[in-house]
Design a protein around this ligand. Structure first.
Ligand code: MG
Length: 398
């Protein structure tokens, strides 16, 4: 049996271009660096409203298309880039059009939040491989996305570092020989603290991540360990394993990016210095492997690699995520929607750090589950979870 997630071998790197959705974000900017480093042709880019950076990317990469989600910003960019050959598309329809059309071999999707779901499905339905940096897509509607990808015969290539590691460890191994996936976790900004030490934490404390440089939302998720919970769900969907086959281990050095245990108890680990560009590059060039800009990994200099158990009594969102994916139905969409809304309130300094834990848990527990939901049910559950968080927060005086 072939590994479930294979890109066609005949697809030659560089022969067909890439499209980058969310090109102005943290992963998007690093993707553009990788494209430049390897001379990959960029056919399309899409961003929300940072037209200064979009214009710069247009001038650097001469893409055929640039989609701007904010229609007013699209108008301004049309004027600013009038002397270029790039066609400016506008609105969410513009982003979807870009995901569906053109000749891109891989669409890299790093749009933040559930807004990334529709473009992912659009790209898959037009038979494009998707390099996925948007984990919400798999958390909310992973079963749909993976089923659709199988039916269309395209690959979902993980850009998340843990899943990229697992994907590399699995390369060529049959699915039925996997016994365990071991996701490593840096521990986030608040590793080692107990619940009573977390309640007073504010935005700036949470945004100081020890090893990875990322956007604000995901950095908060790292501090709360929700990021690992979302990644657990992502792993279940992406690699089609039972939730109890995914272990989480704290590894604060971020050198082992994740591991796979096989039926003979052999464990494969993927190691490298922490740099998202390696994952992006692997997703864009798979099944090839190309040289990268990374420094060699010198384990003598690193000295010690440590591993420990996560504190699930303090960081309750991690066991909550495991429970949500085990229950299935709409629960993972509720979990994700509630978390996005709570983190957004936290980033506006409207709630405290531990309010995130309480609000998300309450909303997940209060929502009645629904078996075999449609995509519309999932979207509705996501919306309802967000408003439930805002309602509950305002009752607490926000
Ligand atoms: Mg990750």
């Amino acid at each position: 049996m072939e590994s479930k997630n294979m890109i066609k071998k005949q697809d030659k790197i560089g022969a067909l271009p890439v499209t980058v959705l969310g090109s102005t974000g943290s992963v998007g900017r690093q993707t553009m660096d990788v494209a430049q480093l390897h001379g990959l042709r960029v056919e399309g880019i899409a961003g929300a409203r940072n037209i200064t950076l979009l214009e710069e990317q247009i001038r650097r990469f001469s893409p055929a298309y640039c989609a701007v989600e904010d229609p007013e910003a699209a108008k301004l960019l049309r004027v600013a880039a009038a002397d270029t050959q790039t066609k400016i598309l506008s609105g969410r329809e513009g982003v979807l059009w870009l995901a569906e059309n053109g000749s891109a071999r891989v669409v890299l999707n790093s749009i933040i939040g559930t807004a990334g779901l529709a473009p992912t499905l659009a790209a898959i339905r037009s038979k494009k491989n998707v390099a996925l940096a948007n984990k919400e897509t798999l958390v909310t509607a992973g079963e749909f996305v993976m089923r659709e990808a199988r039916e269309q015969g395209v690959s979902v290539l993980p850009v998340d570092s843990e899943h990229c590691a697992i994907f590399q460890c699995l390369n060529g191994e049959p699915h039925d020989r996997i016994t365990r996936l071991i996701l490593t976790c840096s521990g986030g900004a608040f590793h080692g603290r107990k619940r009573d030490q977390l309640s007073g934490m504010k935005k700036d404390d949470a945004l100081a991540h020890p090893t990875w440089k990322m956007g604000a939302k995901i950095t908060v998720d790292c501090a709360s360990l929700m990021n690992k919970g979302l990644e657990l769900i992502e792993a279940v969907r992406l690699f089609d394993v039972a939730p109890d086959m995914v272990d989480i281990v704290i590894h604060k050095e971020s050198i082992v990016h994740s591991m796979v245990e096989f039926c003979d108890r052999s464990v494969m680990a993927q190691m490298a210095l922490p740099d998202m560009r390696l994952c992006i590059q692997y997703a864009l060039t798979y099944p090839d492997r190309m040289p990268s800009h990374l420094e060699p990994l010198d384990l003598r200099r690193i000295g010690t690699l440590t591993f420990s158990e996560p504190d699930e009594e303090t960081f309750t969102l991690l066991p909550l995520a495991r429970r949500a994916v085990t229950e299935g139905g709409i629960k993972t969409a509720v979990l994700n929607g509630a978390n996005e809304a709570a983190v957004s309130l936290f980033l506006q300094d409207k709630i405290t750090f531990t309010d995130i834990f309480d609000l998300v848990e309450e909303v997940v527990d209060d929502t009645a589950n629904m078996k075999n939901p449609t995509l519309t049910d999932i979207e509705e559950a996501d919306r309802e979870a967000r408003s439930a968080v805002i309602r509950k927060a305002s009752r607490h005086g926000v």
